[in-house]
Design a binder for this molecule. Sequence first.
Ligand code: PHE
Ligand code: FE
Length: 275
Amino acid sequence: MSDASTARRADFTIAQDWPAYSAEEHGIWRTLFHRQEAVLRQRACPEFLAGLAGLEVAADDIPDFRRLNALLGAATGWTIVAVPGLVPDAVFFGHLAERRFPATCFIRRADQLDYLQEPDIFHDVYGHVPMLMNPIFADYMQAYGKGGLKALGLGSLHNLARLYWYTVEFGLIRSPSGIRIYGSGIVSSRGESIYSLESPDPNRIGFDLLRIMRTAYRIDDFQASYFVIDNFAQLFAATQPDFSPYYEKLRGMADLAPEAVLPEDLVLHRGKKKS
Ligand code: PHE
Ligand code: FE
């Protein structure tokens, strides 16, 4: 980390160094991008597809963050900042609270097209940035950043992190043409894009804020339950109140397993898998 072009700043950001990507790396981006185009046309929500269309520079090569930021900034005032990998929670939330989205720069190898443990630029940019083009979602993400700083101070980050997981990363949404995807972890995975909507195995349950904040999640497999919002206004409205009393209430309640289904759940589909 001595080279000025890769040196990490105090806020953990680095320079993207776009000219350094190889032709092979740009090719991996194009392969991932065009495969998802076919998969997501009838599966992603209209807001994601509109956001992606508004980022037209992303279709050809690994995007240059400076060119993406011109489009994203004009749409919602968000900025993508480059980071070397996962950053400390407080740093991550601090960026979101200022409408900056930390994105990794490296791209997966050609033999990792279908699965990668940690986020790469395809997940971070293709997965997350289209939704940041949407005004309501853009405000939700900023509010989440502020809420993250608060949850850290209250010792309740484990509860709030589940909200991020089951909405930002793995969220589904109703649409006139059926359930569609908005979660970044799904849209950046071909397998889960199909599984989340079409497999009989997972539960699909109506969005319920406190229920989600009680529910553990899987990081090493497709999700056992997906939570479905009616629209982004519902998600934004539900997360407006001060969460402090919610965190207090959750302290007295047991966690739920990822595959749990409760009598009071709004079950849209009950998973067939015995987990
Ligand atoms: N309203 C939440 C709080 O008071 C913050 C928040 C907003 C969290 C949006 C998530 C999403 O903590
Ligand atoms: Fe992510």
